[in-house]
Design a binder for this molecule. Sequence first.
Ligand code: 2AM
Ligand code: CA
Length: 288
Amino acid sequence: MSNDQKEIYTIGSKSYTAVAINTAAKAGEWIKLKLGAHARLDLKSSSQDLVTEVDRGSEALIRNLIKTHFPDHAFLGEEGVGSGPEASVKALQEAIGEDYLWIVDPIDGTTNFVHGFPFFSVSIALAHRGEVIVGVVYDPIHDELFVAEKGKGAYLKGKPMRVSAEARLSDSLVATGFPAGTHTTLPVNMKGLQSIAPHVRNIRVVGSAALHMAYVAAGRLSGFWEIGLNSWDLAAGALLVKEAGGEVTDTMGRSYSLPVRHVLATNGGIHRELQLQLAAADATGYEA
Ligand code: 2AM
Ligand code: CA
């Protein structure tokens, strides 16, 4: 085969980041189309079933597009894994050693999606031997696509993102989240809220961990913590925050890696103060 012919048939020549961006954008647009229609249908029958269809549909779309470009890459998506933390941990353990692993949340913020609360996102990350090298979070309602490449920065609409400058909790706007259906996490979350609230300017709970991370990267939030998350909620956002100059650890202050489930992501300036406060309140999600 001549070189010319080879080039014509090399579909996989697109960059990883370009594929992540195009795929997140396409999935996001599709989800947006389903928003009104499903909200109305949900009232009549089971809202969970309907939203599961959109989640699954979005994941299938993403998987197919990625497999088209990179058939040899591995894929870990929320909808391909059984429910509960044990299944999530096991699925990640099995996949983390892959050379190239796409880690996907087809809708992050499903509760918001069901209720028509306009904050949810598509989260797509690519890990190389366990390290995230591309992260894309797309919010189709506000048409905001947050993208980061390891070592090359984080960008929103072509402009570099930078974390905010607050150096004290008292000047900070921070966010947290309440993962649904995990009874064990609620008491810990309440302890965290009670302890942090008096020390910060204010607290937001928007309902999409990936968006919270993107907002830390964009300097809209000074920091974010949440316990009981999965790799697909965090992988893309963690790279966004790091590449925007922020800090990402678990709630004990240990470096972020894919298995982390209790996360602390900040502008760096308030990281230690927030971590100490969570620890003092016994709100890290880890055994004391
Ligand atoms: P999801 O919409 O993809 O489920 C909100 O607090 C955050 O927690 C969202 O990112 C949401 O992601 C995640 N979340 C909701 N329920 C969860 C559960 N049972 N376990 C882990 N994460 C959950
Ligand atoms: Ca999801």
